[in-house]
Design a protein around this ligand. Structure first.
Ligand code: PEP
Ligand code: MG
Length: 930
């Protein structure tokens, strides 16, 4: 039987799921931008050239640059930033970007490269050749390029890359002569055959690995770098054999053929399952496709004077204004990102190559001043010369976002309002995360220490594959995903886990980047952890940890501990408090909370709630001694018997209300009268029914029979909400009496109480009119019985959660002091989707982009939103003083909060932990929409 849930279970996922931030500027995709490197006057040849509609390829290089940083929708984030970096004079290897629209055309045209694309590619390649003085596919002086994906929104590692394109049996010798390093040339060639075979032709990487192992054995090499030149030459032959065997064609020797197939492979990777999963999990929808960046290769693996690295201009975990990078000497970029080798911290770079480090520091400052934002960069040093390969806004934890925003204001780079807009409101949840109790940690058994990759304190049991993590999470376990390293294939498992632990990889490894983006606790590169996935365990020294053991990981320190360590709530202050103060300064929308206990009420007040927008009174009837009189009431055969049972519940209710009023100290408290169908209070199974019968001293048949009578085919559409008060007015009377007595008691204790009685699930004015009258009468009677003549103000209003109530809001408002939109039920009833059962089909709707997101998490603004807007307007039309709020789960969802601001609600109400999110989102809405 369907259960009426409070929607609380959706809160965590909502907080995790990111939303796509659209940049107004990026819509200006047709803007013609032709600038010369160094930001000087436009290069003549390019400036006079008109960018034609339908143009598929954009150039970036010292000779001309056709795009800029605002063109992310068309050129993808990477392409737009390569153009921008080139324009401001940074050392970027030249290349060109194929637009996202071309990817869209590829799919619309039945997965065929659009007509004319390769001609444009040839023309742009000619420009790269002119600029570099090298020739694509030349035997003597070959130009080599990389091909990389790059969508409008960054999707780390989700799509494909091919390096060293342009090499063939002859060009490899040319590269050997050009570099004076034959081993290097063949190393580059074998990487191309491997990547091309794997990424473009789908040959399993393992086949190449086996061939490599054989060569390593032959030359007695333990690691790749120990294989000598001759070994590399032989390896290329072996790889070509693997390729020929698996593809049933020789490795293509024509460089443009290689390029064409690679471009197509990148387009295809847009629809690879892992990319689709990533977009779904991150709520990324509505994009055209990926751009393809084709760029001159530079090499970080040309010897000990070469290297490669990735860095953040500030610390992405804490936000500290300290360059935060990692690099590897004599390596290619992929080695850093893939987490295969553990890199060295950037501080050590100065000792290795002082000049490049100094230049990098200069570039860091230029980039931050230019973008006025923390950047995530990739660079390569080829024989002592520094090249920038990428810059983008750096992903960061919620804590870092807050600190960086505050620091940038202090540094006078941005204003307070800009700072508020910089922080994704949903990410504030991470600041409110618990941490391990200091004392409890001291006593804990420390197993290992890795890198503090993403803060938080996670306690759970290890799972060793993504699938296992998903399954066991579904079964209700708290799982820590333990892997050597993670890859994009693992995202489902990573998302379902409470924490992630890896034994290799650095702060910029896949696990670290993805976990930080989600706010999931992660410890990376814990080298002492030896994983034995096949046997479902890992070992640290002598200690064996199995699937059934509990571990605790601290994402702020990198510690891995045995057992479940106690956690404590975070203490909020400093920059967080500053951001909240600024938010309150600019927002016009009120923020309340949904709370049913004095503890929740207190916590929400601490988070800045300005009242309670929803107290679900049914939650008060489940605990301890209360459930018994509740069941007695439900089993009662007469009004008198029901009243007798209700009288036992009254003192509990009254005391709860007193506790909440005291916690809220004069702030309004909206109390909803009983809402769920009564069957929810009775057990279904035989054993529990027998126990109820014993406890109440009635025959078990009576319990069974009552359960059967309460059965409804559609309980959510049945005997619930205000319908309970219509049929059992004595329930309403008890609750209203408890509220009034509590208010009187508070008045006597000199505590200001501001209760608001809220009647749920109203669809007719006559329902509310009648129930309002009963409430008023009960209040009068209670005052008399209490002999209280003092001032108590109790407003009476209704939830608007039935479409009919929205349509007839003008009538209903005549008998209501306030409206509160119950958008959980309103969404259910507007879509006709059961809020409890839609999980069966909604994920497919979202995956197939029939829906852009879960309407129970983020308000469907075009459908349900229209009803809300109509309800507000019609309600205020007949009752100008009508106060209007929202108390469905959407009240804490940033984009829904924006909507509430726009349609003129007075307040939003959400769970205590989402109050800061709502405050910030409300400020952002006020700044953006006025
Ligand atoms: C709602 O329907 O939006 C609401 C807040 O009430 P509940 O979730 O308790 O049905
Ligand atoms: Mg409801």
């Amino acid at each position: 039987m369907a259960k009426k849930t409070t929607g609380k279970k959706t809160a965590k996922k909502t907080a995790k799921a990111g939303t796509v931030r659209t940049h107004a500027a990026s819509a200006r995709t047709t803007k013609k931008v032709v600038r010369k490197a160094g930001g000087k006057a436009p290069a003549k040849a390019a400036a006079s050239k008109k960018i034609k509609p339908g143009k598929m390829v954009y150039y970036f290089g010292a000779s001309m640059t056709e795009g800029d940083g605002t063109m992310k929708a068309l050129l993808g984030g990477k392409g737009a930033n390569l153009a921008e970096m080139t324009s401001i004079g940074l050392p970027v290897p030249p290349g060109f970007t194929i637009t996202t629209e071309t990817c869209e055309k590829y799919y619309k045209g039945g997965k065929r490269l659009p007509h004319g694309l390769m001609n444009e590619v040839h023309r742009h390649m000619a420009q790269v050749q002119k600029e570099t003085g090298k020739v694509f596919g030349d035997n003597n002086n070959p130009l080599l390029v990389s091909v990389r994906s790059g969508a409008q929104v960054s999707m780390p590692g989700m799509m494909d890359t091919v390096l060293n394109l342009g090499l063939n049996d002859e060009a490899v010798e040319g590269l050997a002569r050009q570099t004076g390093n034959r081993r290097f040339a063949y190393d580059a060639y074998r990487r191309l055959i491997n990547m091309f075979g794997d990424v473009v032709m789908g040959v399993d990487h393992e086949h190449f690995e086996h061939a490599f192992d054989r060569i390593k054995d032959k030359y007695g090499a333990k690691v790749d770098t120990e294989v000598p030149e001759q070994g590399m030459v032989e390896l290329c032959e072996a790889y070509k054999d693997v390729y020929q065997k698996r593809v049933a064609d020789p490795f293509p020797q024509n460089p443009f053929k290689q390029l064409e197939l690679s471009i197509e492979a990148v387009f295809k990777s847009w629809h690879a399952p892992r990319a689709i999963s990533y977009r779904r999990l991150n709520g990324i929808t509505g994009l055209k496709g990926t751009a393809v960046n084709c760029q001159t290769m530079v090499y970080g693996n040309m010897g000990d004077d070469s290297g490669t690295g990735v860095a953040f201009t500030r610390n992405p975990s804490t936000g500290e204004n300290k360059f935060y990078g990692e690099f590897l000497v004599n390596a290619q970029g992929e080695d850093v990102v893939a987490g295969i080798r553990t890199p060295r911290p950037a501080e050590q770079m100065a000792a290795w190559d002082k000049k490049s480090y100094a230049q990098l520091m200069k570039i860091k400052t230029i980039l931050e001043k230019h973008y006025k934002e923390m950047q995530d960069i990739e660079f390569t040093i080829e024989r002592g010369k520094l090249y920038m390969l990428q810059t983008r806004t750096g992903k960061r934890t919620g804590a870092a976002a807050v600190r960086i925003a505050c620091d940038l204001v202090k540094e006078k780079l941005i204003t307070e309002k800009e700072a508020l807009l910089r922080i994704p409101a949903g990410d504030l949840t991470q600041l409110l995360l618990p941490s391990f109790d200091f004392k409890a940690k001291e006593k804990a058994t420390l197993l290992a220490k890795g890198l503090p990759a993403s803060p938080g304190a996670a306690v759970g049991k290890p799972a060793f594959t993504a699938e296992e993590a998903v399954e066991r999470t579904k079964a209700g376990e708290h799982i820590i995903l333990v892997r050597r390293e993670t890859s994009p294939e693992d995202v489902e498992g990573m998302h379902s886990a409470v924490g992630i632990l890896t034994s290799t990889g650095g702060m910029t490894s896949h696990a670290a980047v993805v976990a930080r983006g989600w706010g999931t606790c992660c410890v990376a590169g814990a080298g002492e952890v030896v994983i034995d996935a096949a046997n479902g365990r890992f070992r640290v020294g002598e200690t064996i940890v199995t699937r059934d053991d509990v571990i605790s990981i601290d994402g702020a320190t990198g510690e891995v501990m045995l057992g479940a360590i106690e956690r404590v709530e975070p203490s909020l202050g400093g920059d967080f408090a500053k951001i909240m103060r600024w938010a309150d300064k600019y927002r016009t929308l009120g923020v309340r909370t949904n709370a049913d206990t004095p503890e929740d009420a207190q916590r929400a007040r601490d988070f800045g709630a300005e009242g309670i927008g929803l107290t679900r009174t049914e939650h008060m009837f489940f605990e301890g001694e209360r459930i018994l009189p509740m069941r007695e009431m439900i089993l009662a055969e007469s009004t008198e018997a029901r009243e007798k049972a209700l009288a036992k519940l009254l003192p509990f209710q009254r005391d709860d209300f007193i506790g909440i009023f005291e916690a809220m100290k004069g702030l309004p408290v909206t109390i909803r009268l009983l809402d769920p169908p009564l069957h929810e209070f009775l057990p279904n199974d035989e054993a529990s029914q027998q126990q109820v019968a014993r406890e109440l001293g009635v025959p078990v048949e009576k319990v069974r029979e009552r359960v059967a009578r309460l059965h409804e085919a559609n309980p959510m559409l049945g005997h619930r909400g205000c319908r309970l008060a219509v049929t059992y007015p004595e329930i309403l009377k008890m609750q209203v009496r408890a509220i009034t007595e509590a208010a009187i008691e508070c008045a006597r204790r000199k505590v200001r109480a501001v209760p608001e009685i809220m009647i749920p699930l109203v669809g007719l004015k006559s329902e509310l009119a009648m129930l309002r009258e009963q409430c008023e009468q009960t209040i009068r009677e209670t005052r008399q019985a209490e002999d209280f003549a003092g001032r108590i103000e109790i407003k009476i209003g209704t939830m608007i959660e039935i479409p009919r109530a929205c349509v007839t809001a003008d009538e209903i408002a005549e008998v209501a002091d306030f409206f509160s939109f119950g958008t959980n039920d309103l969404t259910q009833l507007t879509f006709g989707y059961s809020r409890d059962d839609s999980g069966v089909f909604l994920p497919e709707y979202i995956a197939k982009e029939i829906l852009h997101g879960d309407p129970f998490q983020s308000l469907d603004q075009t459908g349900v939103g229209q009803l809300v807007e109509m309800g507000v307007q019609r309600g205020r039309g007949t009752n100008q003083g009508l106060k209007v709020g929202i108390c469905g789960e959407h009240g804490g969802d940033p984009s829904s909060v924006h909507f509430c601001h726009k349609v003129g609600l007075d307040y939003v109400s959400c769970s205590p932990f989402r109050v800061p999110i709502a405050r910030l989102a409300a400020a952002q809405a006020a700044i953006m929409h006025g």
